[in-house]
Ligand binder design. Structure first.
Ligand code: NDP
Length: 330
């Protein structure tokens, strides 16, 4: 193994932030008790924010971004891990305040790692990535709340994005009827191929709406926030549940308490970054059993480290379909 490895490095200058591909050594890495030879990372919405500086997610400079990675342990002082183990990392501030996955090597805390599940290849683990793992957290949230396929439809907002695409594939496989809300009518066939039964235009949900509307769905996976989330809540059936994981439209929630106090609906917050280990393990194990890998492959494209800077503004603009894997050796 060479002493140096390639990484994307973000730096802050008087003129703003810059991104470059640099050669680093392990001496440059931050503290941690496990060193990993990274094979793949991915581009999530938050990576788009970090790479472009569109929101202040980067907490330390210079930084190797990339909020998730998969790879093989090369050195470990942590009781759970030994050289040769294949591991996945999502969140924990990696790619924000700790050097992340856009590098051929990473050093992190062993407590942050999850074993790569049997049956998921390293490339597919990052096709899933934090977006797909978050989709599974949403599905688990709906299940915990007791939402069953027989209760009614599930709406997925931001449907053609990463969280949305994986959510549709998971929910369809589990027997739910899925309504996909998208701003891209041209992606209707793609969304149907993932398992959506009905497509609606996201404009139906994105403007200020009434406190309560017709009861249309039993549950929701919302990656969009703002008026969209408020309208999703307002049209959820009695006793239904809405998982809120994203803010592609906005961070605000201009909603009424009416659906909560008159229809008893539940709003479930989803956080992937600091989720406890047991929940992460459950999510990854369920992804191995409940995600159709052919559908995952169909929603995924692969790029190299040198392409990440070009794709970062595109994901923020909602122009990326499905998921992007970053092969750090390409
Ligand atoms: P993507 O960019 O892949 O997907 C977001 C989708 O939202 C877009 O594809 C688009 O779908 C839709 N969208 C974009 N802009 C708007 C807008 N202005 N109004 C309405 N809809 C819009 O991102 P990800 O799937 O990776 O992430 C989705 C969200 O989830 C992000 O906000 C991200 O920060 C959040 N997230 C949160 C996590 C957590 O731990 N809570 C973890 C992972 C992600 P379409 O074209 O179909 O309309």
């Amino acid at each position: 193994m060479s002493d140096t490895f390639r990484a994307i490095q973000l730096s802050k200058t008087d003129d703003g932030q810059t991104s470059a591909i640099v050669d680093l050594t392990e001496n440059d890495l931050m503290e941690g008790d496990v060193t990993v030879e990274v094979s793949h990372s991915t581009i999530n919405y938050k990576d788009g924010l970090a790479m472009t500086g569109a929101a202040p997610v980067v907490r330390t400079w210079p930084l190797v971004p990339g909020i998730d990675f998969v790879g093989t342990v090369t050195k470990s002082e942590h009781a759970n891990w030994k050289a040769g183990d294949q591991v996945v990392l999502n969140g924990w501030g990696v790619g924000e305040s700790h050097f992340g996955g856009y590098a051929q090597r990473a050093r992190v805390k062993g407590d942050w790692l999850v074993a790569l599940p049997d049956g998921i290849s390293p490339a597919r683990a990052m096709a899933i990535g934090t977006a797909g793992y978050t989709a599974m957290l949403c599905v688990l949230g709906l299940e915990r709340q007791g939402v069953k396929p027989s209760d009614g439809d599930i709406i997925v907002t931001g449907a053609a994005g990463g969280v949305g695409s994986v959510s549709i594939a998971l929910l369809a496989k589990l027997g739910y009827k899925v309504i996909a809300s998208t701003g891209r009518a041209s992606e209707a066939d793609y969304l149907k191929s993932l398992g959506a039964s009905e497509i609606i235009d996201r404009n139906e949900l994105s403007s200020p709406g009434r406190p309560m509307g017709k009861e249309r769905w039993a549950g929701a996976v919302d990656a969009v926030g703002s008026h969209t989330l408020a309208n999703v809540i307002a049209q959820t059936k009695y006793g239904g549940a809405v998982t809120a994981c994203g803010l592609a439209q906005g961070m605000d929630l201009p909603a009424s308490v009416a659906p909560f106090i008159l229809r008893g609906i539940q709003l479930i917050g989803i956080d992937s970054v600091n989720a406890p280990l047991e929940l992460r393990q459950q999510a990854w194990s369920r992804l191995a059993s409940d995600l159709d890998m052919d559908k995952l492959d169909a929603m995924t494209q692969s790029v190299g480290l040198g392409d990440v800077a070009d794709f970062a503004p595109k994901i923020l603009a909602g122009q990326v379909r499905g998921r992007i894997v970053v092969d750090v050796n390409a």
